[in-house]
Ligand binder design. Structure first.
Ligand SMILES: [Zn+2]
Length: 411
């Protein structure tokens, strides 16, 4: 009897045969009665989409490839940066600067040449999500932002696909299986995304590099179990991992009858783009984000009333000894890693420390952070507090280290 999930995932009975090379490769699976020849052929027939090839997607895709999952889809629009290598072990020094989907393919094919890798070099949006997800049996969401997490959840519920989910923050992670028949979804737990700016991203909050390895492997384990129809999947359970205390706890999750997407009276019946809501900028075109970022720098747009200034322009102003006040709004531990000598007032403390910079109310104030997101928020706060001439440094100190002072470290 096929399990409900097997039926939902349409892993069909006409399973592909294994070559002699594959039989040798998967022998430790084949002698395991719970996998065996039939299970290994199910794995070969299976199509899994890894959403993101970052910290979670790296170990996830590598283990799925090693285990013999026949088709692995990769969706990512980013390029490999050196700061990724602390945790994203599917990329390497040799592929810094390459598209992440290309970089990941090299490593996956090196591990298992029998694999079919499908690359989606694009950002998942409400327009393409259903179309991309519909071809896969299991979706594994390893994204680091709320807009994609809600999109993947809603698309999985609408398509009836299981979602092996995990997320990480600093030293903690969580995992579950959402969207399974009769099981709860992410919105049963969190009906709506948090307000913009409330939740810092990994780039702002940091993450222990090993932690996504741990959580990504839990996702891979759940994915393999779903395909094989063995064990007890994390359906209806939220696994909470605390790496510092090395504690694993579980919360029971119930399907919420009032859930906006999988409840009895759903209000979400089509996909929603939360990019405005979550304050995450969408790339202006499909393709590597770096390309879009560079274009935005060249255009120097005004965003929410705040002029965006480039690092080149800042350099010119500093060289010309113009009367400008540069303010760093990062955290003290980031300031210790690298700074350009600007006074430091972390974003979270600005409103209570306005008196310290009141003398600059009518000066040209240029605010910077690591990459330009927090300093944009700080610029708006200052403008609202009566500062008359506030600009945001596009790309932050990272762009400064890239383009102006290459001797500075990046983090
Ligand atoms: Zn739900």
């Amino acid at each position: 009897m096929p399990t409900a999930i097997e039926e939902a995932t349409e892993i069909n009975k006409e399973l592909p045969k294994l070559s002699n090379d594959e039989i040798a490769r998967y022998s430790r699976h084949l002698i395991l009665p719970e996998v065996g020849m039939e299970g290994q052929r199910k794995l070969k027939a299976a199509k899994v989409l890894c959403v993101g090839t970052g910290g979670l997607g790296a170990p996830l895709a590598l283990y799925l490839a090693a285990a013999g999952v026949g088709t692995i889809g990769l969706i990512d629009f980013d390029v490999v940066d050196k700061s990724n290598l602390q945790r994203q072990i599917i990329h390497s020094e040799a592929t810094v600067g390459k598209l992440k989907v290309d970089s990941a393919e090299i490593m996956l094919k090196g591990l298992n040449p029998n694999l079919n890798v499908v690359k989606h070099n694009t950002m998942l949006t409400s327009h393409n999500a259903l179309d991309i997800l519909k071809d896969y049996d299991v979706i594994a969401d390893g994204t680091d932002n709320f807009q994609t997490r809600y999109l993947v959840n809603d698309a999985c519920v609408l398509l009836g696909k299981p979602n092996a989910y995990a997320s990480i923050y600093r030293f903690e992670g969580q995992a579950s299986v959402f969207g399974a028949p009769l099981g709860p979804c992410y919105r049963c737990l969190y009906p709506e995304p948090p307000p913009p700016g409330l939740v810092p991203s990994c780039a702002e909050g940091g993450v222990l590099g090993i932690l996504p390895g741990l959580l990504g492997i839990i996702q891979a384990t759940e994915t393999i179990k779903l395909i094989l129809g063995i064990g007890e999947p994390l359906v209806g359970r939220l696994l909470l991992v605390d790496a510092l205390g090395m504690n694993f706890r579980q919360l029971k999750l119930r399907k919420n009858p009032d859930c906006p997407v999988c409840g009895t009276h759903p209000t979400v019946t089509e996909l929603i783009d939360y990019d405005q809501f979550c304050g995450i900028e969408k790339p202006t075109e499909v393709g590597p984000l770096e390309v879009a970022r560079d274009k935005a720098v060249a255009d120097l747009p005004i965003v929410d009333g705040i002029p965006q200034i480039s690092v080149e322009q800042l350099k010119k102003k500093l060289d010309a000894k113009e009367n400008i006040f540069v303010l760093d709004v990062r955290e003290p531990h980031e300031y210790q890693i690298v700074n350009i000598g600007a006074p430091l007032i972390p974003l979270g403390t600005i409103e209570s420390r306005l008196s310290e910079i009141a003398a600059h109310k009518n000066d040209e104030v240029i605010v910077h952070c690591k990459s330009g997101a927090r300093s944009q928020k700080a610029s708006i706060l200052l403008k609202n507090a009566g500062f008359t001439n506030v600009s945001n440094l596009t790309g932050g100190i990272t762009a400064w280290a890239d383009k102006i002072d290459k001797s500075l470290p990046k983090y």
